[in-house]
Design a protein around this ligand. Structure first.
Ligand SMILES: *[C@@H]1O[C@H](CO)[C@@H](O)[C@H](O)[C@H]1NC(C)=O
Ligand SMILES: *[C@@H]1O[C@H](CO)[C@@H](O)[C@H](O)[C@H]1NC(C)=O
Ligand SMILES: *[C@@H]1O[C@H](CO)[C@@H](O)[C@H](O)[C@H]1NC(C)=O
Ligand SMILES: *[C@@H]1O[C@H](CO)[C@@H](O)[C@H](O)[C@H]1NC(C)=O
Ligand SMILES: *[C@@H]1O[C@H](CO)[C@@H](O)[C@H](O)[C@H]1NC(C)=O
Ligand SMILES: *[C@@H]1O[C@H](CO)[C@@H](O)[C@H](O)[C@H]1NC(C)=O
Length: 672
């Protein structure tokens, strides 16, 4: 639930001019932007313990400059065969529509998802029979992505025709027959492929998290061997209950639409239909059942059991799974023979893997529930990676800070690099960051999502030592995170000579392997002959009248103005001096952004520094930014003043001539 209130124009906005017409840096050149730095964060609140602990070392604690980089280079776990990131060899496979050849002869970079079906998995059965899953496949697969469908089962040719029928039906219903040319179905079973693909499927085998074969093993005194049936657990994000590792009694409870006596501690055997899955599970929980098995009517597929609408507001504490109707179970229960059930997962080959646009093998992550929409999301990621590679091809001076360096514990990852004058004088700084795991598989990745912060210190005596240069959020058990973050406005934190970088997350997080490249380059925007032509891709209108091609310090004819957005959550009321829990809540549940629309002819937004005073009589002088370290939390009841100003070499700028004009509006937006 997101509650949004907008305090629009609640704040009086001043442009501090100090006697000049406007304050801006004029036709800001790269070097001038660099100098316009003030501390945007004036208080180290209790949450900012990472920053604080780093500051302790500021007083010439030279130990901190030791380069730990080489120590952290744990060698990746090597497992024979193929691993994620390895180059996919060429192959060709017979499909229902002729030969599929990889890489495609067209030379185009496509991404490919390879999926092998088996009807021994209830999850896959549901993936392939649910209409919404199939329509997600035809509607959300990005154009760059092809899918190759295989099957593990003996009746591969029959399965292939069945898959084709399922896909064709969904494509017709969704009016997306265009997608069919990117979906390739092979009638050759996996065990007969005669190429490297089975090696990946088998060696990336798995159990659990909808991979592997989830099953119920029924036993009865009457039978010599257990009856093992595939099962699909109810939607993970709906039912929190989990099956224990024990044998449960199974008791028939009709259609489960009414509570039922004598179920205590047993698994309720319930038919589908007549009422919702939610009603069944709720009734069985009221009847003290330990769990519910809903069986599909004869001929019906297994469904993804989920709550709907208001039902979802009522938490239920018992597990539930769906199975096919088992005649042996039905007849034993009819004859009042005891039947027991236990729940198991039999490991299997993997059902999915991908090949990204660079031709590297990739894992597909966890599919939270059975829908092909997860193909779409992974393929969008492949597109993103392809575009990232494009952006990385732009020439830049690259300084490697971390290369698969262990990031763990209080220290995180630390490295010192030497920066040259031409680097820190460039006007674009991008951080290329990748977070991978100790091993090559996602299975070795840390759990949970945490903040990762990057701090830099180029001068231990400077107040800017160990200020934050970048921030990311870790992925939950996936080692593919890779980002390119433009932090050009923070270039002034870097100076020529040795700079020490520290990247860390919470000390209790499992280890990550961090990579960081600094990419320095010139934007060509200011002053170059084609500076604005280079921004047509961002929406600058091409082929205008006049000299629209020239770069002009961030101003281009026919270009939208991107809002300048700053997260000031940490300065919300109460953050100061509160307990850690309180401060944590504040950051987790509430975000507060300052959004400013700023554009003056010749004045790119980052030339401005933000300063603000809240319910204070005196605004601090921009020439003494450190005086602001006492800024209080926002107080919504009084009138508040925000002061924006820019600095040139720590002082008010002194433009020789009128630098232009500035139009500005700002909003404070609170998300609750
Ligand atoms: C395909 O990818 C390769 C390597 O990433 C790149 O060199 C090549 O230019 C790309 N080809 C096309 C047509 O995009
Ligand atoms: C999959 O198995 C179910 C029962 O286990 C069956 O009803 C269905 O026809 C099978 N589907 C295919 C494609 O084999
Ligand atoms: C069947 O389940 C009941 C209840 O959990 C248990 O006491 C009993 O030992 C089980 N019987 C068998 C044969 O596993
Ligand atoms: C649905 O309810 C009707 C009437 O109570 C009953 O006869 C029928 O067996 C129920 N259907 C199932 C699938 O249990
Ligand atoms: C942009 O700058 C780079 C490096 O300074 C240079 O190699 C490139 O030719 C420039 N591009 C344009 C369009 O001016
Ligand atoms: C907020 O400001 C108003 C007006 O200046 C003042 O009366 C009130 O005490 C302040 N509240 C807090 C919590 O500081």
């Amino acid at each position: 639930m997101v509650l949004l209130y907008t305090l629009s124009m609640t704040f009086c906005v001043l442009i501090k001019t100090s006697g000049y017409e406007v304050l801006a840096s004029g036709r800001a050149s790269a070097s001038r932007i660099r100098s316009n730095l003030v501390r945007l964060s004036h208080r180290d609140d209790t949450e900012n313990s990472l920053g604080n602990s780093l500051n302790l070392g500021r007083n010439a604690n030279l130990r901190a400059t030791i380069n730990f980089k080489s120590r952290g280079n744990a060698s990746p776990i090597s497992i024979e065969g193929f691993e994620p990131g390895d180059t996919a060899p060429e192959f060709q496979i017979k499909t229902l529509d002729g030969e599929f050849v990889y890489p495609p002869r067209s030379g185009l970079n496509i991404s490919l998802i390879i999926h092998a079906f088996t009807n021994k998995s209830a999850f896959l059965e549901c993936l392939w029979t649910s209409l919404s899953s199939l329509s997600d496949l035809v509607q959300y697969l990005p154009e760059s992505c092809h899918v190759l469908f295989l099957t593990f089962d003996d009746m591969a040719a029959r399965d292939a025709l069945w898959m084709q029928e399922q896909i064709h039906r969904a494509a017709t219903l969704s009016h997306r027959k265009d997608v069919l040319s990117r979906l390739h179905i092979s009638p050759v079973p996996v065990y007969a492929l005669g190429n490297w693909i089975p090696n990946v499927l088998y060696s990336w085998g798995c159990s659990g998290h909808n991979c592997g074969l989830a099953q119920v093993a029924f036993t009865s005194t009457e039978w010599d061997t257990p009856v093992v049936a595939k099962r699909l657990d109810a939607r993970y994000d709906w039912l929190m209950g989990r099956w224990d590792q024990r044998s449960y009694r199974v008791i028939d409870a009709g259609d489960g639409c009414e509570p039922c006596a004598a179920l205590a501690g047993a698994v309720a055997w319930v038919s589908e239909g007549n009422c919702s899955f939610f009603t069944k599970v709720q009734n069985m929980a009221k009847s003290m059942a330990a769990g519910v098995l809903v069986y599909a009517s004869l001929g019906n597929p297994i469904q993804d059991m989920n709550c709907e609408g208001e039902e979802c507001g009522t938490p239920l504490g018992i597990p539930a799974s769906m199975v096919h109707v088992e005649p042996a179970v039905v007849s034993a229960l009819l004859r009042k023979q005891p039947v027991n059930a236990s729940f198991q997962i039999t490991p299997s080959a993997n059902f999915f893997f991908g090949i990204d646009q660079q031709g590297a093998l990739a894992q597909m992550g966890w599919f939270l529930y059975p829908t092909f929409r997860f193909f779409g999301w992974q393929a969008q990621w492949f597109d993103y990676l392809g575009q990232l590679q494009e952006r990385l091809r732009i020439p830049a001076q690259v300084v490697t800070v971390f290369h698969n360096t262990l990031m763990h514990g209080d220290k995180g990852a630390i490295a010192t690099v030497e920066l040259q004058a031409d680097m820190v004088n460039s006007d674009v700084l991008e951080l290329e960051v990748a977070l991978s795991c100790p091993g090559r598989r996602d299975e070795t990745c840390p759990h949970w999502d945490h903040t990762v912060q990057l701090f830099v210190c180029c001068d231990y005596f400077s107040p800017y030592c160990n200020r934050e240069l970048g921030r990311w959020i870790t992925a939950f058990r996936r080692g593919i995170g890779h980002w390119l973050t433009d932090v050009s406005p923070l270039l002034p934190l870097l100076t020529t000579g040795k700079c020490t970088f520290t990247m860390k997350t919470v000390p209790w997080a499992m280890p990550w392997m961090a990579s960081l490249n600094l990419r320095f380059r010139s934007s060509n925007y200011s002053g170059s002959a084609l500076g604005c032509a280079a921004r047509v891709v961002e929406g600058a209108v091409p082929n205008e009248h006049g000299t629209w091609l020239y770069g002009r310090g961030g101003w281009c004819d026919g270009l939208q103005v991107n809002p300048w957005i700053i997260d000031i959550s940490s300065q919300l009321p109460g953050a100061r001096g509160q307990t850690k829990e309180r401060a944590y809540n504040c950051r987790r549940s509430t975000q507060c952004w300052l959004v400013a629309q700023i554009r003056g002819h010749g004045a790119p937004a980052p030339a401005f520094a933000l300063n603000y005073a809240v319910n204070r009589r005196e605004l601090s002088s921009p020439s003494a930014p450190s005086a602001n370290s006492e800024v209080q939390g926002l107080n919504m009841t009084g009138s508040n003043t925000i002061l924006y100003f820019g600095l040139y070499e720590g002082q008010d700028p002194d433009p020789r001539s009128n630098p232009g004009y500035i139009i500005m509006s700002s909003y404070l937006v609170l998300y609750n």
